[in-house]
Write a protein that binds this ligand. Sequence first.
Ligand code: AMP
Length: 423
Amino acid sequence: MKLNSPRGTTDIYGEDIDYRNYIINTARRIFEVFNYKEIITPVFEYTGVFSRSIGEGTDIVQKEMYTFQDKKGRSLTLRPEGTASVVRAVVENKSYFKNLPLKLFYIGNMFRYERPQKGRMREFWQIGIESIGADSTLMDTEVIWILNSLFEKLGFKKLVLKINSIGCDKCRKKFLLEFRKYIKPRLSKLCKDCQDRFEKNALRIFDCKKTSCKNIIEEAPSVISYLCPDCKENFEEILDCLKTLDINYRIDNKLVRGFDYYTGTIFEIISDDLKSEQNALGGGGRYNNLIKQLGGPDMAATGFAIGVDRIIMLMKQLNLGIKKQKSKRRIYIIKMDRGCRDYSLNILRYLRDMGIICDINFNSRSLKKEIKWAGDNDYDFVVIIGEDEVRTGSITIKDIEKFKQYKINWKKEKKKIKQIIGA
Ligand code: AMP
C-alpha cells in the first residue's frame, strides 16, 4: 500500500523551512517591539468553541471543520483558525490574563476541509495576533500597523490593504434590513448556498465566490452607508491614524470577511501577483462581542492572522530573498579508521563545546570521497585524523576552498583552531 500524506497536506522541508523560519523570526522580532507575548493553545478544542464564535452559518463551520468524536463521545474539532481558541484560553485562565490590554500572538497549524488548490491547503500555518481589552482606535491602528510592518520587512512592495467597517450590531441590523430588501427580488438568481444564507445569515452572501452572486452583490447597498455616527467617526479616526503612519489602504465597501464574530473595522491584505482566487495573505478586524459570547466579560478586541504557506509561495514567485545571517564556519572531522575513534570524539566534543558547527564521518569512505562530500555539503574545513595524528597528538586542518592545509599540535595549540577557521 502506498502511504502518501493526506490530500491537502504537505511536508515542509529544505528551502521552505528557511523561508518559514525567516518569516517566523521576522514576525517574532516585530511582536517583541510592539510588546506582544506568545500563547500556545491546543490543536483541537471542543467543537462549540468554533461553532459558537465563527458562526453556525459560515462556510467554515458548515462545511470545513475537521470534527470528530473522541472515545467518550465528546465532539472535538481541529482548529480552523486561532482567534476562537485564544479567546477561550483567555476566558478560561482569567486570573492570569487580567492586565489589560492583553497583547498576544500565536503561530500554529490550522485545518479546513476545503477543496485543495494552489495556495489553499487542508492543513496550513498561520501567524496571528490578538489584542484584547482596548476599545480604542489606536489599537485598531496598531494591529494594522503590525501587519503592514511585517510585510514591509519581508520585502513586499505592491500589496494592497483593503479596509472596511461593518459597524456595530445596530448599524448592521439597519443595513441587513435594506440588504434583504435588495436581495429578495433577485433571490432566484443566487446560488443554492446563497439562497440558504439569505434565510439564515444574509451577510454571508458577501463571502460567495460565484460570479453570478458576486455580480448581484456588486450592485447591493454597502454596510458603510448605514454606519451610525459613532461607528463612522471611529472608522474615520482609524483611517486618519493610518495616514499619519503613511500606511496605504484601499477602502473596500464589499469586504465582510467570512466569520460572524467581526464588528467594526475589518481589513485584508491581498496581492495582485497571486493570480489565483486565493490572493489574500492575511486579514483581521475587531470582534467586540466574542469574549462575552464565549462566557467572558464584555470586552473589546481586535486581531489578525496571516497565512505562512501563501507568503512563502509569493516570496518565491517574486524572488524575494531571505536575508541569511553570515553563515558560521563549519568543520567536518574525518576519522580514518576505528583506532582514531576516541581521539576524534574528544576533538569533536571540544569543538562542539566551543560552539563550532562540526560533524564527523559516520560512514567509512576513502579520504578523497569524504573531502568531496564535505565540500558538497557546505563544510568549510575538514579535520583529518589518522594514525599519524593520533600518534603525534596533532590534527590536520584543510581549508576546502583555499586548498590550504595546517597541522597543529592538539595539546599545545588547540586554541589556534579558532584563528584558522576564523570563528
Ligand atoms: P482567514 O483566517 O480565513 O482570515 O485567513 C487568514 C489567512 O490564512 C489567509 O489570508 C491565507 O493567507 C491563510 N489561509 C486561510 N485559509 C487557508 C488555506 N486553506 N490554505 C492556505 N492558507 C490559508
